[in-house]
Design a protein around this ligand. Structure first.
Ligand SMILES: Nc1ncnc2c1ncn2[C@@H]1O[C@H](COP(=O)(O)OP(=O)(O)OP(=O)(O)O)[C@@H](O)[C@H]1O
Length: 634
């Protein structure tokens, strides 16, 4: 006691110096605070030494699995500090379903529709940076949700701490969360979009799976593609043994609204794969960006290059290594303006960059590449050769067979109304479910079928036949037929009676649009010519003025630039003509390619690298398919 007194005496002894007293207080206060902090951190360190801590970043899948798992835990929903949200908590699009939802008691849990509008669901979400304790398999888990800020955005993070001897409990938790997530996500396809600014993938939403039966193509085509995809996905060893890159490409080409994109979504659902979408013509796309995107594609997925031809008319710049694919004639006239655009939006993707990204060393293995285009003639042969695009499928306007099929899809017969072939289009609900917007998806939800007459199978068959008879072969797109049927979704009989008039109306509209387009193009051409003439005249006048007053020799020399300007124009015209010639040539090549695999092998012989891949792939047959019955496909 005396010792302590002695120690503190210099501090406690009273003296009359106020400065000394203040100093004493500062020293005492500082010492006590330091001691407090040291003891707290020692205690935390002691406690933490018993805890195992796992971190889960939103950038990776386990975060989603755990958020999904947590959303089902009653304790998570009972949090005393929470945010209220109408947003989905994770990629699977499920909000807290068990304890956290705010629901009216008289509302159906899944079908919340008022006056045709889907009512938003509201969920409770534990606030950021608060810790929650959940009991799991004999352990108390301490869970904290936080946000991490990076230079290119913010990411959610989960921290789970548990007192345990080893990490078995965390492993069990993650596996259980994964199983539950996959079970619930079974009916959805996840879409990821390329973010060209940061060269990474961004989750874009989960779509309801679209059944293959809702895609109406000529018999055999869907089955052929599905079988080919399945065969590829289970042939990894086969490819490895032969040293062939484990990749497969599908080129879906043809008229707009014929089901190319829909088929890909449907296949993704059937195969249980996510879709990674990249638009080559998007702003900021460069060789490096594309390469890093391709390097980050997971091994099992569908990689979708949409509107491949758009890359050639806008985003992809031709380079010296290019095989010389043509630009479209329409694009050639405006190429200067487009080049300007390219430089402005930072799109510096070259063809060699694109090819390298698709099958260079960094390209992902095991992915199914799907490319769609409305203008196959604009594609570079190097891009569409076997090895890059192994299967070609031509999508045409609707045939009578397709018209009959799509009619039956829209109006299921009495006996099958409750079966899985019932169609959401008839439910009359619009909303944020993209599958329902597609018109043909089959959600397992309550259907509002009150207004739709239920017809017998015979009557539906009869109506479908009459409908198909009225549809001209290969003239209207399936999307157009779908639009007409959607407008008549509650009037199957009238829909058939009126289809003839609709076809006439469609023809008239098409003719009108064509006429307007031609007139517009002619006007634009005229204006461009007038502008060119004006520029050329102005240049001539300028040159003549500048040379006026010079010597005869000088005048003679001065005329030369004018002549050379004309020759420039002439060359320009010639160049334009030349650039359209290869297009025709390539058209022919591609046509020949489509006709049979023999031509493709000949092509492959010309390109040594190509032939290596093509010749070794006896199994990897190049199927050139027109969307026709299988007996007509090569
Ligand atoms: N063969 C088809 N079977 C069923 N539905 C189809 C078919 N073709 C088109 N549709 C419908 O038409 C709409 C447009 O189809 P989709 O987007 O798949 O066409 P696309 O060929 O990809 O068009 P684009 O070339 O313009 O991208 C979708 O709502 C789809 O349901």
């Amino acid at each position: 006691m005396n010792t302590i007194k002695n120690l503190l005496s210099p501090l406690t002894a009273t003296n009359n110096n106020p400065l000394q007293d203040t100093l004493k207080l500062v020293v005492i206060g500082g010492t006590m605070e330091t001691a407090r902090r040291a003891s707290v951190s020692a205690w935390n360190g002691f406690i933490d030494s018993f805890f195992l801590t796992a971190h889960f970043s939103q950038e990776d899948y386990p975060y989603d699995w755990l958020m999904h798992w947590l959303s089902k835990q009653p304790a998570w929903g009972r949090s005393r500090e929470f945010d209220i949200t109408t947003r989905s908590v994770s990629r699977h699009g499920l909000t807290q379903s068990t304890s956290g939802d705010l629901e009216d008691e008289d509302e159906d849990e899944h079908e919340v529709i008022l006056g045709g509008h889907k009512k938003r669901k509201v969920a409770l979400m534990p606030s950021l940076d608060t810790t929650h304790t959940i009991y799991y398999r004999g352990h108390w888990l301490r869970i904290t949700r936080s946000k991490r800020f990076q230079e290119y955005g913010s990411y959610g993070e989960l921290k789970i701490s548990v007192v345990a001897r080893n990490n078995d409990i965390i492993k069990k938790l993650v596996l259980e969360a994964k199983r539950e997530y996959e079970k619930d996500a079974e009916h959805r396809v996840h879409i990821f979009m390329a973010d060209t600014t940061y060269g990474c993938w961004r989750w874009n939403g989960a779509r309801q799976k679209r059944p293959m039966s809702s895609i109406v193509l000529e018999p055999g085509v869907k089955d052929m593609i599905l079988a080919d995809c399945k065969d590829f996905l289970c042939s990894e060893d086969w490819y490895a043994e032969r040293g062939i890159p484990f990749r497969r490409g599908y080129l879906l080409y043809g008229v707009p609204g014929s089901g190319k994109t829909s088929l890909i979504h449907s296949l993704a659902g059937e195969l249980g794969l996510d879709i990674y979408v990249v638009s080559l013509s998007s702003k900021g796309m460069s060789d490096n960006t594309l390469s890093s995107l391709m390097g980050n594609v997971p091994s099992r997925c569908i990689l979708l290059l949409e509107d491949l031809d758009a890359a050639f008319t806008r985003g992809v710049s031709r380079d010296e290594n290019s095989t010389g694919a043509p630009t479209s004639s329409s694009s050639s006239s405006t190429s200067t303006a487009k080049n300007k655009d390219e430089s402005n939006d930072g799109s510096t993707l070259s063809l060699s960059g694109l090819l390298n990204s698709l099958d260079g060393v960094a390209a992902a293995e095991g992915r199914l590449l799907f490319a769609t285009t409305n203008h196959i003639e604009r594609l570079d042969p190097a891009l569409s050769r076997p090895g890059r695009m192994d299967v070609w499928v031509n999508f045409k306007h609707a045939t009578k067979w397709q018209a009959e099929g799509i009619f039956k899809c829209f109006f299921p017969a009495k006996s099958s109304t409750n079966s899985s072939s019932a169609i959401s289009a008839v439910s009359g609900k619009a909303g944020d479910d993209p599958a329902s917007q597609e018109g043909l998806a089959v959600p397992k939800r309550k259907q509002n079928t009150r207004a739709i007459p239920l017809l017998t199978e015979e009557e539906i068959s009869d109506l479908a036949k009459r409908f198909a008879d009225a549809i001209p072969e290969d003239e209207l797109s399936v999307a157009a037929l779908q639009g007409y049927l959607l407008r008549n979704k509650t009037r199957p009989r009238e829909c058939v009676d009126e289809v003839g008039a609709w076809v006439i109306q469609e023809r008239e509209t098409k003719a009108q649009l064509k006429k307007e387009k031609e007139e517009r193009e002619a006007k634009e051409k005229k204006e461009a010519e007038a502008e060119a003439q004006k520029n050329s005249n102005a240049l001539k006048t300028k040159e003549e003025t500048s040379t006026a007053g010079k010597s005869k020799d000088g005048n003679a020399k001065a005329e030369q630039p004018s002549a050379s300007t004309e020759s420039c124009n002439a060359t320009g015209e010639k160049t334009t003509q030349e650039s359209s010639d290869p297009e025709a040539e390539i058209n022919n090549n591609i046509e020949a390619d489509i006709e049979g695999s023999v031509t493709s092998e000949e092509d492959a012989e010309q390109a040594p690298k190509d032939s290596e891949e093509a010749s070794t792939s006896t199994k990897e047959k190049w199927v050139a398919v027109k969307a026709q019955p299988p007996d007509q496909s090569v």
